[in-house]
Write a protein that binds this ligand. Structure first.
Ligand code: NAD
Length: 477
């Protein structure tokens, strides 16, 4: 029988209905049936959450780094102990294959929470010294204050971790809004986290764009952080202007995957197909825009097509590699881009839904595209991989950089010097060499251009949730 439940806000340490009792349905993307109902928050709900966060901030920000570390380590341990239930909730809500979530997502969720627990204790400023006669100076690293955080639906748990872990490690209080289609795991996390945090340090407000807009426009938060579409990021940045709030934006990508003629074709095809179709391509770093050298192009298209045909998905799949697209808008968007492909494009495999029910979409390989084509320029956020041909290294760089996004990229070659030249020339926040997609807590993740600014993960991500204060004292007359 289908599990249905009500997802309520979590404010000041307790689950509460939205002030006016409004809810909306949460649809199971694997069946298109109602999975549950989620609170639709308005201004007064956001207000209550912000007040709870502000009042909790006073105490939390004065805890020692060691105390904050212990809280985050306790949270990570509880996530690990309750991993089966957490991932069951996540997969029931999103349709992700449970085995893949356990193998690929859980290790990152745990490692990255623990990274920020440790990082809480090693924040630093630059040197302290006597820069003027008789005066000494030093830097205090302080939390920013109350952080409004807005997460997307592609990795609900992981994106929550990327937001709350650095924010809490640095001593901030949080009001987080999950996407309206994927509130379940974040609310379960809130319950687990409440055992380790004072009430009000971590609050969850549910709802869609209007709730997100209310968070960004509220006068209380000192910072607003969003992962999502460029449109959402621009709206958040505009809303934050009045109070001059700090804005942290992770807004997706269109990762180029540059494969030179000297690359190992089979190895490249395997790495690219996995990184293109993982999570149904609903990944801002997905390897979906392949640029192939003139000699390797045809063999690569063939190898990618074979890999795509061997990638399982759909309601009948025995061992699905990926689940459905997240919500009804996504298949419509992906189908639209594929339907509008120009005549010079060739669809080698896929280009259609899988099964009669659910938002499953087939692994798709398209070649013959030109740089200005919609499928090359637009973030498809589905399991659709395009392959374009280039002739020279300069042309590869121009094509790779010729989109509005600047989040992630990869280069596949046996030539060390060329790999390093490409890592200099690619205008993206990450360049992988002979691999694509692995992320790690110690290294920053974040983009350039319309992919936004600010870093997730790493000490850079932690520092984004701090402010720097100069203190100067007279020590001699
Ligand atoms: P979206 O950007 O609308 O949603 C992401 C989050 O932002 C959700 O929590 C949403 O409620 C919130 N939001 C949306 N508009 C807002 C606003 N004006 N103010 C405050 N919060 C707002 O994403 P979508 O419309 O569901 O998906 C559209 C496209 O966005 C996708 O096809 C994909 O290209 C991109 N996307 C990118 C990421 C990423 O990881 N960068 C994640 C999800 C979607």
């Amino acid at each position: 029988m289908q599990e249905t439940r009500v997802f309520r806000n979590f404010i000041g340490g307790a689950f509460v209905d939205s002030a006016d009792g409004r809810t909306q349905s949460v649809i199971d993307p694997a069946t298109e049936e109602v999975h549950g109902h989620v609170a639709v928050s308005g201004r007064s709900d956001v207000d209550a959450a912000m007040k709870a966060a502000r009042s909790a901030f006073a105490d939390w920000s004065r805890r020692t780094p060691a105390q904050r570390q212990r809280a985050l380590l306790g949270i990570a341990d509880d996530i690990e102990r309750n991993a089966d239930e957490l991932l069951r909730i996540e997969c029931a809500n999103t349709g992700k294959p449970t085995a893949v979530a356990h193998a690929e997502e859980l290790p990152m969720i745990l490692e990255q929470t623990r990274f920020f627990a440790g990082a809480a204790r090693v924040l630093e400023g630059r040197a302290a010294a006597e820069y003027l006669p008789g005066l000494t100076s030093w830097v205090r690293r302080e939390p920013v204050g109350v952080c409004a955080q807005i997460t997307p639906w592609n990795y609900p748990i992981l994106m929550a971790v990327w937001k709350f872990a650095p924010a809490l490690a640095a001593g901030n209080a949080v009001v987080l809004k999950p996407a309206e289609t994927t509130p379940a795991s974040t609310l379960y996390l809130a319950e687990l986290m409440a055992e380790h945090l004072p009430a009000g340090v971590f609050n969850v407000v549910c709802g869609g764009r209007d709730a997100g807009a209310a968070l960004a426009a509220h006068s209380e938060p000192d910072m607003v952080s969003v992962t999502g579409s460029v449109r959402a990021g621009k709206n958040v940045a505009e809303a934050a202007v009045d109070d001059v709030k700090r804005v942290h934006l992770e807004l997706g990508g269109k990762a180029p995957v540059v494969v030179f003629d000297d690359a190992d074709v089979q190895r490249a095809a395997q790495g690219i197909a996995e990184a293109a179709f993982f999570n149904a391509g609903q990944d801002c770093t997905a390897a979906t825009r392949v640029l192939a050298g003139p000699e390797v192009h045809d063999a690569l298209v063939e190898a990618l097509t074979e890999r795509a045909r061997a990638t399982e998905t759909g309601p009948q799949a025995a061992e699905p590699f990926y689940g459905p697209l997240n919500n009804a808008d996504q298949p419509a968007h992906v189908r639209g881009v594929v339907d509008r492909l120009p005549e010079h494009a060739t669809v080698h495999t896929g280009g259609c839904r899988v099964g009669e029910r659910g938002y499953f979409y087939a692994p798709t390989v398209v070649s013959g595209l030109e740089q200005g084509d919609e499928a090359v320029q637009t973030e498809i956020f589905g399991p659709v991989l395009t392959v374009q041909r280039f002739n020279t290294e300069d042309e590869a760089v121009a094509m790779a950089n010729g989109v509005e996004y600047g989040l992630a990229s990869s280069v596949w070659t046996a030539d060390h010097g060329r790999a390093l030249r490409m890592s200099r020339d690619l205008d993206f926040g990450c360049v992988w060499i002979n691999t694509h997609i692995p992320l790690v807590g110690e290294m920053p993740h974040g983009g350039f251009k319309h992919s936004g600014h600010g870093k997730d993960l790493s000490m850079y991500g932690l520092e984004d949730y701090t402010r720097v204060k100069h203190v100067m004292s007279q020590i001699e007359d």
